[in-house]
Design a protein around this ligand. Structure first.
Ligand code: HEM
Length: 488
């Protein structure tokens, strides 16, 4: 009679084989049922000129998830019912993989540390947790740049201003000051930061929708852009890198409020008082990422809000009144983070601009495995993006007037511009929702308030042109903006 010692292993291995057999037949069986989502062919004109209508029509016809080839790449577009699932399940739909793949920087994923986590920590700990001081530092910068814009004294002969350039400069100086400290905010350094932000913006494909070559030969185009940036922008990276390198090597720092100094302190605490060479390189790369994340996007939204306000001057008085208490006897605005938070009407207007400006594919995830979604399988390594307008303009979420711009819609609703949900996600959603949104909204408010206390914004013919309908998030609208002086 065989002993238990012999029987037990035979029994266990039989169970193991049986399970493997059943599991693999089930899997084979299942896999025969697995379907890929329908792939819909959209013309170039549809995608680049009328993306909202074209993607929406495809979803209405074929269901909540459709594959569409754009720039030679198949991506999956989903409707509002799947948005929360895709944006918040980071284990299957990765923010970091998507972002780094888009930037051609997937190599960073093989490092034992996370680029996105490091950025997130810096923004949360050194910016968001410190907003009172940050706003105090930024107020004079915003005031000076707002005042640098030429006011039109005569209605019959107005002077158009280059708002986009001034706002970019203002944002570059602001972030340079916050990251490296006030003493580094020289014109040369500000220029370098502006260029770095523009380079990275170009790499993410911000202007890629607008050229024939970039749309049809995307891989070649990206390589070309990398080479161009490497050759032309080296001096800027070198300039910023060397400020950071020196700051991280300094024994003691005299700019203890700068983000660089705070990073240095954190790393020194872990490494017996010094920052190791590789950590210095790492911090520099992360800070370049921070420059990009903060400068360009905010500048674009400031332009959007001011253009929308120029076409709706009826809101100006209410916004001016909200900060009346913060005006000194000379008529100058003395803004603080507390007074900005109180500007609820302006906050509602900003939220409404961000909801209605028509963002389409504003945030993306990359599948980290074959993922089941709405009865289909999305293969590993696919880009998946919600069609934002389906949520932002949805009657189920926002009522019958969902498509209308209602500036005061959010007043008294407990939904400030920074609050994201699956019906409003211009700052993304889930684990990776923009950590800089508190600063961004405060900056937008400052820019608007410093301008409207001295002037009334107006647009020529009361109209603007959308330059890139597929990339409203990152490309500013175009129009002739005048700032009519409030003093005759
Ligand atoms: C109006 C201006 C801004 C807009 C519209 C915006 C929008 C976004 C969006 C859509 C994402 C991706 C979120 C997702 O996919 O779920 C994001 C991520 C991010 N944003 Fe912003 N952003 C703005 C300003 C800023 C500013 C001022 C900062 C820094 C101070 C910042 C820092 C970041 C960072 C670090 C991430 C990566 C996610 C993370 O590390 O948690 N953003 N932003």
């Amino acid at each position: 009679m065989p002993s238990l010692g012999v029987l037990l292993p035979v029994l266990l291995s039989s169970i193991w084989f049986l399970r493997r057999f059943v599991y693999s037949t089930e899997k084979k069986h299942e896999s025969r049922d697995w379907k890929l989502p329908p792939v819909v062919e959209l013309s170039e004109t549809d995608i680049y000129q009328h993306p909202q209508e074209a993607y929406q029509a495809a979803i209405e016809k074929y269901g909540p998830v459709v594959g569409v080839v754009r720039k030679n790449q198949l991506e999956y577009i989903i409707d509002h019912t799947l948005t929360a699932q895709v944006l918040t399940n980071d284990a299957m739909f990765s923010f970091e993989h998507a972002t780094l793949r888009m930037l051609n920087l997937s190599v960073l994923l093989s490092l034992p540390r996370s680029f996105a986590k490091e950025l997130d920590t810096i923004v949360q700990e050194d910016i968001t947790a410190n907003m009172d001081n940050i706003i105090e530092t930024l107020v004079p910068i915003f005031q000076r740049h707002a005042q640098s814009l030429k006011l039109s004294r005569s209605k019959s002969d107005p002077i158009a201003v280059d708002l986009e350039s001034v706002v970019h400069l203002m944002m570059a100086e602001s972030m340079l000051t916050l990251i490296f400290g006030k003493r580094h905010a020289t014109p040369e350094n500000i220029h370098a930061v502006e260029n770095v932000a523009a380079d990275i913006a170009t790499l993410t494909g911000i202007f890629q929708n607008m050229g024939y070559f970039s749309r049809n030969f995307p891989s070649l185009w990206r390589r070309f852009i990398w080479v161009k940036i490497t050759i032309l922008s080296i001096p800027y990276y070198f300039r910023i890198g060397s400020i950071a390198f020196r700051g991280l090597g300094a024994e003691e720092s005299n700019e203890s409020d700068s983000i660089l100094d705070k990073c240095a302190k954190r790393y020194k605490a872990k490494n017996q008082g010094s920052v190791p060479f590789l950590d210095k390189i790492w911090i520099i790369v992360v800070l370049l990422g921070l420059i990009f994340a903060s400068v360009h996007q905010t500048a674009i939204v400031i332009v959007w809000v001011l253009f929308e306000l120029a076409t709706r001057p009826q809101f100006l008085e209410a916004f001016r009144k909200e900060v009346q208490e913060s005006t000194n006897s000379d008529g100058d605005l003395c803004l603080t983070y507390a007074s900005l938070k109180k500007a609820e009407q302006l906050d509602s207007f900003i939220r409404e601009v961000m909801r209605t400006k028509g963002d389409t594919l504003l945030t993306t995830r990359l599948t980290t495995k074959d993922v089941p979604l709405a009865g289909y399988i999305i293969p590993k390594g696919s880009f998946v993006a919600p069609l934002a307008t389906l949520s932002h303009m949805n009657k189920e979420y926002h009522g019958d007037n969902a498509k209308e711009f209602v500036g005061g819609r959010w007043v008294g609703q407990g939904k400030p511009a920074v609050m994201v949900s699956n019906s409003y996600f211009p700052f993304g959603l889930g684990r990776w929702a923009c950590p800089g949104r508190f600063l961004a909204v405060a900056e937008i408010k400052m820019a608007v308030l410093f301008l409207i206390t001295h002037a009334t914004p107006r647009l020529k013919d009361n109209a603007y042109r959308i330059r890139d309908p597929l990339n409203i998030t990152s490309v500013a609208p175009e129009g002739d903006l005048y700032l009519e002086s409030l003093k005759d």
